[in-house]
Write a protein that binds this ligand. Structure first.
Ligand SMILES: Cc1cc2nc3c(=O)[nH]c(=O)nc-3n(C[C@H](O)[C@H](O)[C@H](O)COP(=O)(O)O)c2cc1C
Length: 202
């Protein structure tokens, strides 16, 4: 793989990418997280042309502000073949950022065997960012100073003590707490669980 095709940003710019935040950003990967497909909105938000991203690992858009433990929890769920939701700050090609909620779905063949994953992302309101960002900053700091294991232990204890539920459910609650008027029913059946109402309901 010629990784020069998808250069990573040389510097981080503390500025949001401009993208059509009413659209859904979609990507599909194999079981290892190698990008197989992305839609036009992914291209717009990430600022990478599709040709540069296909075949690259999905961590190409990992933002350095994201704590590693969030992805550890994500991959644990995916390996267990569970669908998952996460709030993620992503990095664009020019070093800018965009916050999204991602609904991860396990793709299966006719025999029910997992073949890959689909991520569908939507923009999130500032009120939700304000709730999650302080936690991510704390986790990142712990990772930098005390290491990943300490961050993971803190994360688990935080969820148990302050939230009382796993991260996956905490993420959904953040939306409910904001009293956002999202319609929870939908006729679309492309996403069977989780944030269907969030993606297609309004
Ligand atoms: C379908 C799918 C979509 C993903 N989307 C993102 C994403 O938007 N941003 C991101 O940083 N990681 C995403 N990941 C996780 C990455 O594969 C990777 O675990 C993460 O960027 C952290 O990098 P690391 O595992 O090298 O530490 C996705 C994984 C899958 C399977």
């Amino acid at each position: 793989m010629n990784t020069n095709l998808a250069p990573r940003p040389k510097k981080i710019i503390d500025e949001e990418v401009k993208w059509d935040t009413s659209s859904i950003i979609i990507s599909k990967t194999d079981l290892k997280g190698t990008i197989l497909y992305m839609n036009d909105t992914f291209e717009e938000a990430s600022e990478y042309p599709k040709v540069e991203l296909v075949g690259e690992p999905h961590n190409i858009i990992r933002h350095p502000d994201m704590p590693k433990v969030v992805f550890k929890v994500l991959w644990k769920a995916l390996k267990n073949e569970e669908n998952f939701h996460a709030i993620v700050k992503n990095l664009s090609k020019t070093g800018r950022y965009y916050w999204v909620i991602t609904d991860f779905e396990v793709e299966r063949d006719q025999n029910g065997k997992a073949t890959g994953y689909t991520g569908r992302r939507k923009s999130i309101p500032q009120s939700v960012i304000d709730k999650i960002e302080p936690l991510y900053k704390t986790l990142l700091k712990i990772e930098q100073v005390k290491g990943e294991k300490a961050s993971e232990l803190y994360f688990n204890a935080y969820l148990e003590e302050e939230i009382g539920k796993p991260y996956n459910e905490f993420v959904l609650d953040l939306f409910d707490q904001q009293n956002l008027n999202f319609q929870k029913q939908t006729t679309r059946d492309t996403i069977k669980k989780g944030l269907t109402w969030f993606f297609f309901g309004d």
